[in-house]
Design a protein around this ligand. Sequence first.
Ligand code: NAI
Length: 697
Amino acid sequence: MSASYELHGSVAVITLNNPPVNGLGYETRKGITDGIAKADSDAKVKAVVITGAGKAFSGGADIREFGSPKALQEPNLLSVIKAVESSSKPVVAAIHSVCMGGGLELALGCHYRVAAPGTQVALPEVKLGLVPGAGGTQRLPRAIGVENALNMIVSGDPVKSEVLAGIPGQKLFDRIVDGDLLQSAIAFANEVADARPLPLVRELKATHANPDGYFQFARNTVSAVAKNFPAPGKCVDCVEAAVSRKFEDGMTFEREQFAALMLTPESKALRHAFFAERAASKIPDVPEDTPVRAINKVAVIGAGTMGGGIAMNFLNAGVPVVIIEMKQDALDRGIGVIRKNYEGQVKKGKLKQDKFEQRMSLLSTTLSYQDIRDADLVIEAVFEDIGVKEQVFKTLDEVMKPGAILASNTSTLDVDKIASFTKRPQDVVGMHFFSPANVMKLLEVIRGEKTSKDVLATVMQLAKKIKKTAVVSGVCDGFIGNRMIEQYSRQSGFLLEEGATPEQVDRAVEKFGFAMGPFRMGDLAGNDIGWYIRKRRYLEKPNMRYSKTADLLCEMGRFGQKTGAGWYDYKPGKRDAIPSTVVNEMIEKHRAELGIKPRKISDEEIVSRLVFALVNEGAKILEEGIASRASDIDMVYLTGYGFPLYRGGPMCYADTVGLFNVVQTMKRFQKNPHDDASFWEPAPLLAKLAEEGKSFS
Ligand code: NAI
């Protein structure tokens, strides 16, 4: 049962009951239209109240129906709203907690609306690359005014009911009620039971004093902010239609925009990311009801670049943290950085002074392992050296209380080996944060061979608490993200050898939508990190071909922004990347030594080589079971590597291009004498899917 019907005297109450947020799935929609019909034909009934059970009035469409024929099965939402509007008896929406998307559109079709304060009201469709599709863009401007409505529709952000009720002349809420919402709504329904004609939002007018000027301004603003997304601009068009067209024509226009946007790659990408994020939080063989361990105190080992940021995540979430270091001055320096970071937020008005003090009061420091032994979780962020990690984990094994989770933030080392330094490998897990750790959304959770299920469940739950997007990765060199980026970096080096410049590569990749191209990224992160890793790889994988340009750059001491020079030149204290003559000469010299005659490489080739390098490695990662789903790989790239959201991640992008086309392009690259033919050997999974005409999703 997903909507119930009950009589309260002469008022019929229809209660949406489709947990968790009363999504308007088929059964719920049918429940509403059946309830309205029943009330209409019952002479005893004078009025109807529609409300929601549990945690919401309604969160809108039922996402479980997304993309399935059931979503459109009659009565669809438009028909439901029509039935409500046509009811011969007044229908009152009793709104609480969450009233979003289709939920708000349903409420706008009711004759009256009473709401509890604190209700989150929104039309969030734009966040999925869509416009509201059941009259939201036509009715909301009529209820709260054109500008207020457009702000909500274009941003998709929720606004509290009491704020909306405060808009002068608004017709959205007839009453805001404290206390028992249902009883108040029934009382209100009794008050208006005999009032006729029944008020309809559609009959109001949406007006603006200067529509041409205003919509032009709105269009300019939207195109500047949302340049790669078509939906916000379409939201403006729809709201303009609410002003310039008759209601029914505006509805038709909205419907057309909705249908057209549904087919755009941008909306597909946003919907993909929406579902990918939800999917990533589930681990196939770890049931959702797996008991979790209580985490009331966290210890962080190492107060360096990562340790400080990691600690801040927990302080922000109200969890006490103790940081341990080898020397007092390292500790002081680390705490100083945390303090400065918070002070910066206070100065910018992003953090209140009392919150800052509260967070700092949760932080303690020590030089002794005795002071961390009662922590429930310890995260190691010491030097990336297996010997140092061995010493730390052996000590942790001795001192930590039984049941404590022992996590490592290692970015390349073998988590199984780290676990083997302890007598409790089941408690060991990788928690790979990204720099800056207090800002970046991604957390790769590295599942060791022996990591227990409850440890995984605990870490996944904790990730939500500290507002990270957690993606589980198996153990391999570089895990999901860095293992793939390695291939992308190798290709970017080959491109330099063949004729491209760092700025051309960066420009092409940034035009594709990446936040930063590979060379600007290298300068930001420090080119020495890759150098250090490559030196290890030269020994481990002597047959793997790398371009030497990055090594030559490091030999020149050009580690990036931190040394004032990298792939680019930098003016003191500035971060603007200036193309470097010295670097270009170094590349040309190296190219000449290799006997390569430079050629003009198109932006399209640059992007395909870099992105397909990610895709091919991603396919191997998937096949080996390092990632459970292609969409997990996309989440890693969207939240940790600046991959453009409107392209949905590398695997989603490959699906959009078509795997057959991806493989054909890779085969073309194989013929390039200066590239590495084995590099472009399609991963068996990719070849198979392409052959069968299938996609990663
Ligand atoms: P860092 O060099 O900035 O900091 C390491 C800190 O650990 C230093 O303050 C050092 O004094 C302390 N330390 C070393 N041995 C210790 C011991 N035995 N006991 C207590 N403290 C000790 O290094 P960073 O960049 O913070 O890296 C730490 C770990 O995080 C490494 O495993 C690294 O691979 C990983 N990582 C680094 C990222 C980055 O962008 N820097 C990104 C993701 C992971």
